[in-house]
Design a protein around this ligand. Structure first.
Ligand code: DC
Length: 234
């Protein structure tokens, strides 16, 4: 989070946006594409999750948009490779719990919270480039990005992936509860008034249900190598 708050998407830095529903594989694909290109990454969902966790820590009224927005503005966060520190505490795994994801989805529906996190997200656009994943990367945060991906996968494939992710982290989970929770979260994310989960009009949709991680990364890199970056645009 050391980047200056004034650095925005409207620099010369190239940005690839990867948006899509919960557990569609955005994070994994983002990391893979960024690794090949040697670029930075932004996990924007982590910022909403961190805000949700900080709100709980502060005993905030999580129905009060202004109070949660203040917490979002003041987030004391450090992204250090794979480790995320909130107020100096390692919360890398804590923010992945479903209860935090669910609260993140609720507070993410509020415009003041989204506004509070906007510049912080744009500040991640640093040379040589950024791969940004979330729900509104291509529509709101980096609308000028030269390559936008909308990554989808069918509901059962996503529930199974999330189940495996949680198990691997030692977090207990139940597949049918996960599928139900995911459905509720998708509905909230797509039906909210502000920055809903939506493919940008110029996004390429990739369905990863039956693709391997490597195949999906290859597809994105293939699209990137065919992308011409107009001068003066990010
Ligand atoms: O990608 P994720 O599951 O870590 O995101 C957690 C929640 O944050 C998700 O349910 C919706 C919200 N979110 C958002 O509204 N906009 C983003 N760009 C990223 C996440």
């Amino acid at each position: 989070m050391a980047a200056s708050a004034t650095a925005t998407s409207h620099t010369q830095v190239p940005v690839i946006t990867i948006d899509g529903p919960t557990a569609s594989g955005k994070g994994t694909i983002t990391q893979g594409v960024a690794r090949v290109l040697g670029w930075h990454t932004l996990d924007s969902g982590a910022l909403y999750r961190l805000t949700a966790l900080a709100a709980r820590w502060h005993g905030a009224d999580t129905t009060d948009a202004a109070e949660v927005a203040r917490i979002a503005s003041d987030l004391d966060v450090v992204f250090n490779d794979d480790i995320i520190l909130l107020q100096g505490h390692n919360v890398t795994d804590t923010i992945r719990h479903e209860v935090i994801g669910s609260l993140a989805s609720t507070i993410a529906a509020w415009q003041p919270v989204r506004d509070a996190l906007l510049q912080r997200q744009r500040a991640f656009a640093k040379a040589p480039g950024l791969v940004a994943d979330g729900r509104d990367m291509g529509t709101v945060v980096f609308p000028g990005a030269p390559l936008k991906i909308f990554l989808v996968a069918d509901a059962m494939a996503r529930a199974k992936r999330r189940y495996k992710q949680l198990k691997d982290k030692g977090i207990s989970a139940n597949l049918s509860d996960l599928a139900k929770d995911m459905e509720a979260r998708d509905l909230r994310d797509t039906s909210r008034a502000h920055a809903p989960l939506l493919a940008a009009h110029d996004a390429h949709t990739i369905d990863s249900s039956s693709l391997t991680i490597d195949d999906t990364i290859r597809q994105v890199l293939g699209l990137w190598s065919g992308t011409r970056v107009p001068s003066g645009r990010p």
